[in-house]
Ligand binder design. Sequence first.
Ligand code: MF3
Ligand code: CO
Ligand code: CO
Length: 267
Amino acid sequence: MPITFKSVEDTQGMRTAGRLAAEVLDYLTPHIKPGITTKEIDRLAAECMKKQDTVSATLGYQPAGYPPYPASLCTSVNHVVCHGIPNDKPLKKGDICNVDVTVIRDGYFGDTSRMFMIGDVSIAAKRLVNITYEAMWHGIVKVKPGARLGDIGWAIQKFAEGHGFSVVREFCGHGIGRNFHEEPQVLHYGKPGTLEELKPGMTFTIEPMINAGRRDVKEWGNDGWTIVTKDHSLSAQWEHTILVTETGYEVMTLSAGSPPPPPFVNA
Ligand code: MF3
Ligand code: CO
Ligand code: CO
């Protein structure tokens, strides 16, 4: 399937879906504390989506070769890199947890994730979470017509590796619109001036997975989904859905509770 370019009407639909996905994270935020289980977070998300009149894109999602995904969101704790399935284990002080929400409204998809630090976390964990957030934004600010996908990947890789962390290669950002995962693939590593040229109307996610240790990952257990770091080091991820505008970018997954961009953005 080729890259789809969004009309003005499409971008309006994407803006709504994106904001609603972010508002699910806002709704969950006060609950994400020591003692809550990730299953309980999933239940709260389902409740919120019902109130919003959105549908989870992950529940029952089944790409080729995968079992149907069993939950309304993904919860990836500590050394889980992505696609963690909510379970009955309570979160405890010191954990870091990615919550990744994708909703559908009027046929349009909005996809965003944030990191949550549970109680006081180690300085090393805090640093990983914050550097990963800045890494995502280093990618976002590269977005404008005429730039290339390799510019985004390079900016993220250079920043993350410059802080002693590693970039996961096996999973990437993706085009998004009336489908969950469209072309292009948005790698979080690469070389400037390479790959697809960005043009107005493209919408895709930027969602770097950054490891404190080595970049290698493996499947965990036999649920068909959960990905962990091979060396069991901590992993963090943040995600926004982005529109290429005539002059730059628009973040489509902002809400009242979104953390502000880091100071270097628009500085
Ligand atoms: N939301 C994830 C992404 O950013 C995909 C999750 S697929 C699932 O692309 F099935 F694991 F939920
Ligand atoms: Co995504
Ligand atoms: Co996502």
